[in-house]
Design a protein around this ligand. Structure first.
Ligand code: GKR
Ligand code: MG
Length: 427
């Protein structure tokens, strides 16, 4: 089995006006879909965040990928590093990761594993060593948001919507709004743990939101707060002490391993990260400084599913807990996340997913079901999802028509407040 074609398609998925440390989500979240076709008539799928730059980097490795044996994905992993000339830059200051080589590697690796699964007629989880769970729990992922279904200015409100569909459009700008949003999301999907994206309003307001969630859902429901590194060490210690006993974990309150270690020493809460320890090269610093208790894996940002399995082993050896990070995504990514999470015994926290915020998908049958807060591990070969080519074409057109080429949450935020500017530390 050899790869004889690689198709790279950027798409845009409608995304509501969610607030975060970097501004406001644009009306569309950008993803890139990769198809690898083989000379025996199979195709494998990968999905990563990104627009034009990621699509171009993926297209640049076509000559390396085409002609390769998908079983040799480790060899491809190396070859991609050599081919994508620009070395991985830093992760960057934003809530999301800007490194491109890891995304390229991840998309190609997942598509290869999908092919291997189809060729051997085994689900991806079996290629990773077998499943430790039949379904994978996810947490409710709450955002402060403006009213509307997409963008600061566009996509008005559908007055006939109800349930989660209505809540997905409603504004949530204070603790009561966050509780209402959470109730609607939990009712619709059955989530049993809750994460609030912070770094938006004052720390006092965000701490109050966590207490409001605790009061509304009870002390047994695990809660997390993620200010995306926007707080100073002093602010984070103060808030962390207030939230002692309230949070399951405290995600990236401050920026960088040293600051995280300083906060960790001063509070009792476990600290988690998808911002300060985000690659194998960061592991020595993490261990020397003691920057976090829990690492959020992400197969897109760590360079693939196998890399994430290796990360899980390192976490086990070096005493780090393991959770999973997400960005706005479609069903190909969700399927990969579920196979990975099922194959890793020490992934003991409910994973993040933005999926409830999405309403479109590129897979046959539409969105994957989340029931009782969990996704059943697919048992079909490979990822267990098929590409809906009509939807792919429609969502690609949506990408072209959107005029968006890369994620920039400041652009959308400035439509609301022209004076707004990103600050690496705001409070
Ligand atoms: O989608 O606004 C967002 C999030 O802030 C996302 O970009 C982050 O990558 O959810 C992520 C996180 O946990 O930091
Ligand atoms: Mg985070």
């Amino acid at each position: 089995m050899l790869i004889d074609e690689m198709i790279v398609t950027p798409i845009a998925l409608i995304d509501p006006p969610l607030l975060n440390a970097a501004g406001l989500h644009a009306p569309y979240a950008l993803r890139v879909i990769v198809e690898l076709h083989t000379d025996n008539g199979l195709y494998g799928l990968g999905e990563v965040p990104g627009g034009q730059d990621v699509a171009e980097a993926l297209t640049a490795v076509r000559s390396v990928v085409i002609g390769s044996d998908p079983f040799h994905y480790n060899v491809l992993h190396r070859a991609i590093g050599a081919k994508v000339v620009q070395a991985d830059g830093p992760r960057g200051d934003f809530p999301w990761d800007l490194r491109i080589v890891t995304l390229v590697r991840s998309a190609v690796e997942v598509a290869c594993l999908d092919l291997i699964g189809k060729q051997t007629e085994r689900p991806l989880v079996d290629l990773l060593g077998g499943k430790f769970r039949d379904s994978v729990p996810f947490s409710a992922y709450l955002f402060y948001k403006y009213e509307g279904a997409g963008g600061a200015l566009g996509f008005g409100v559908d007055k006939n919507a109800n349930g989660w569909s209505a809540a997905r459009q409603a504004a949530a700008l204070d603790p009561a709004g966050v509780v209402a949003q959470t109730k609607a999301m939990v009712d619709a999907f059955g989530f049993q743990s809750i994460k609030l994206k912070g770094g938006v309003f004052s720390p006092d307001q965000e701490v109050a939101a966590m207490f409001a969630l605790r009061d509304a859902f009870g002390a047994d429901v695990p809660l997390r707060l993620d200010p995306n590194a926007l707080w100073s060490v002093e602010t984070a210690i103060k808030a962390g002490r207030q939230l002692d006993g309230v949070l399951e974990y405290y995600e990236d309150p401050v920026r960088g391993q040293q600051a995280m270690a300083d906060v960790r020493r001063a509070v009792k809460l476990p600290l988690a990260t998808n911002m300060c320890t985000t690659s194998f090269a960061d592991m020595p610093g993490s261990l020397t400084l003691g920057s976090e208790d829990i690492i959020l894996s992400d197969h897109h940002a760590w360079g693939g599913v196998m890399a994430s399995v290796h990360l899980a082993k390192m976490c086990e050896v070096f005493g780090r807990g393991l959770s999973m990070h997400s960005n706005s995504h479609a069903g190909i990514s969700l399927a990969a996340m579920v196979h990975l999470a099922a194959a890793v015994p020490n992934l003991t926290y409910a994973c993040d997913t933005h999926y409830p915020w999405q309403s479109e998908d590129v897979i046959v049958g539409g969105q994957i079901q989340i029931k009782d807060g969990a996704v059943k591990v697919p048992d079909k070969p490979g990822l267990g999802v098929e590409l809906d080519r009509a939807e792919l074409a429609r969502l690609h057109k949506q990408y072209v028509d959107s005029g968006l080429t890369r994620r920039d949450d400041a652009v959308e935020m400035k439509k609301v407040d022209p004076t707004w500017a990103f600050k690496p530390t705001r409070w």
